[in-house]
Design a protein around this ligand. Structure first.
Ligand SMILES: Nc1ncnc2c1ncn2[C@@H]1O[C@H](COP(=O)(O)OP(=O)(O)OP(=O)(O)O)[C@@H](O)[C@H]1O
Length: 325
């Protein structure tokens, strides 16, 4: 979590009495958005437009800048430079109007009150809130309204946070790694509730480092790494990025810029003395390496979604998270 991060309850506790947002404005518009902490470029120039009604996965490894971006969308952190517009407004204004709400990773729940009482307490803070029974129902927890929060599973607590976020009937819902630590069944039930609700037209952006979650639940995947956007498309398009092959070779001196100019190379990466060249025509890449360079120890492999994730984000640790389905 980054500076000024707060609980979901605080993030959603605003008045929801506003007229509708400027018509035609996209749900989100980020332009050259940056957030630096000293030398750390947590967010390093993100351009992104999310249209209304989209379900977007903000996918990236640990430290990619997902939470920092979400904090800026909620007005909890101020950009170093660049702009953020939420439904055509400044984030603070959109939050105050109840047009955007968030389900954060953890925190913000009292253990010794019931699920229903929790929703009632927060509803009382809004000048205008959806009925308690309606949000419990939408979050799929109407049947556990009398259960103490402390007795709820992690998945049920997360659906309670979802219910709280629904109170102002936001047009845009942000979820920051909402299923961290949940078991498979909890994740499935949580996403079933989100998908059913989103089918009514709510825009959803969720941060995750679970590849399978992005693939299964998003219409669109925005892949981020080291504060930058590295790929943006449907799950099928992101998978297509992986439909080529990777030619790996030992080639100590050539720079990534030069490698990217080799025939057939769509993406080039160096790790130490090994180079990873991705492209649809692996024969052309291999031929060039063997005839025009000093490359040795060539290997040609086909890629999957996880390989694409690693190649695009440079992350070598988080893919075990994506294998569970
Ligand atoms: N308040 C802060 N001060 C200094 N550095 C920060 C601060 N908040 C975040 N960072 C750094 O910014 C980078 C991005 O962090 P961020 O939490 O946005 O990543 P993330 O993609 O959400 O990661 P995770 O999946 O682990 O939650 C990291 O290197 C992090 O250490």
């Amino acid at each position: 979590m980054s500076e000024n991060a707060t609980t979901d309850v605080e993030a959603t506790a605003f008045e929801a009495t506003a007229p509708s947002s400027p018509s035609g404005a996209p749900a989100l518009r980020l332009r050259d958005l940056r957030k630096h902490y000293g030398d750390v470029r947590a967010v390093d120039g993100i351009d992104l437009t999310v249209e209304r009604g989209e379900i977007v996965a903000f996918l990236g490894p640990n430290g990619a800048g997902k939470t920092t971006t979400i904090d800026m969308l909620l007005g909890l952190a101020r950009p170093t430079s660049g702009t953020v517009h939420v439904l055509g407004r400044d984030p603070e204004e959109a939050v105050a109007r109840g047009e955007i709400a968030a389900v954060m990773q953890s925190g913000g729940l009292l253990k010794d009150v019931t699920v229903r009482e929790t929703v009632q307490m927060l509803a009382a803070l809004f000048r205008s809130a959806r009925p308690v029974d309606e949000v419990l129902d939408r979050a799929g927890i109407a049947d556990i309204g009398d259960r103490m929060v402390g007795k709820c599973s992690g998945g049920q607590q997360q659906r309670l946070r979802f219910a709280l976020a629904l109170l102002p009937d936001p047009k845009l819902l942000l979820l920051d790694e909402p299923t961290t630590g949940m078991d498979v069944e909890g994740r499935r039930d949580f996403w079933a509730a989100i998908r059913t609700d989103a089918a009514q037209g709510r825009t959803v952006l969720f941060a995750t480092h679970y590849l399978d979650e992005a693939d299964a639940y998003a219409d669109r995947i925005v892949l981020v790494s080291k504060g930058r956007l590295v790929a943006d498309g449907s799950a099928a398009e992101i998978k297509n990025l992986a439909s080529g092959r990777v030619v790996t070779a030992t080639l100590p001196t050539t720079s990534e810029v030069e490698l990217a100019r080799f025939p057939g190379v769509e993406r080039a990466e160096r790790r130490g003395s090994r180079v990873f060249l991705r492209g649809k025509d692996s024969d052309a890449i291999a031929r060039h390496l063997l005839t025009a360079t000093d490359a040795r120890d060539l290997e040609i492999t086909s890629t999957g979604l996880e390989d694409a994730f690693i190649a695009l984000t440079g992350d070598h640790t988080s893919t075990e998270n994506g294998s569970e389905r």
